[in-house]
Design a protein. Structure first.
Length: 178
């Protein structure tokens, strides 16, 4: 690894929180010429599966359906859909502009949080990532406090710095789209 390369892992599960993390990561990618990004998904283990490449578009389509937007934004008004589509388009443009610096990988794990955290951290440490970025809702319920969530487990166990991104403020989104 070149000492000037800044290798970043973005965890993606297709959720609204992961999308906020992707948008924030796109701004970092745009402003850091030495950044190399790997977008990682974790899927349930199949026998004999080691890990595969996948495409960002598979997670967040270039032209999302209204059903998908509604699921992600939890709102159905046209203004929200159009605004979301604008953000998605901008993020895809940034990732495609830096195409040689962006890769995608699926790692496989048992579905438990502990196994998923282990698989993610094992992948990140073996490949010398310098930062892990994840979206998070935050621990807002008793269940969350008792059982924890994936992002907070990664944060607490990772030897690599972890950046947790909550819902992005409107000012950030406005400047991002301009």
């Amino acid at each position: 690894m070149n000492e000037f390369e800044f290798n970043v892992l973005l965890y993606s599960d297709g959720s609204h929180q992961a999308f906020s993390a992707a948008v924030y990561t796109a701004t970092l990618l745009k402003n850091m010429p030495n950044m190399h990004l790997t977008v990682v998904q974790v899927q349930e283990r199949d026998e004999g599966s080691e890990g595969t490449e996948y495409n960002w578009i598979d997670t967040w389509p270039v032209s999302p359906t209204s059903e998908w937007i509604k699921r992600v934004t939890d709102e159905s008004d046209l203004t929200t859909k159009n605004h979301y589509h604008e953000i998605l388009t901008k993020t895809n443009e940034i990732f495609q502009e830096r195409g040689t610096d962006v890769s995608h990988h699926v790692i496989y794990s048992n579905p438990s949080i502990t196994d998923t955290v282990d698989a993610l951290l094992d992948y990140a440490t073996k490949r010398s990532f310098r930062l892990i970025i994840m979206g998070t809702r935050g621990l807002t319920t008793l269940k969350g406090l008792v059982f924890g969530c994936l992002a907070h487990n990664v944060l607490n166990r990772s030897p690599i710095p972890v950046l947790l991104v909550k819902k992005l403020p409107q000012e950030f989104i406005d400047s991002y789209c301009s």
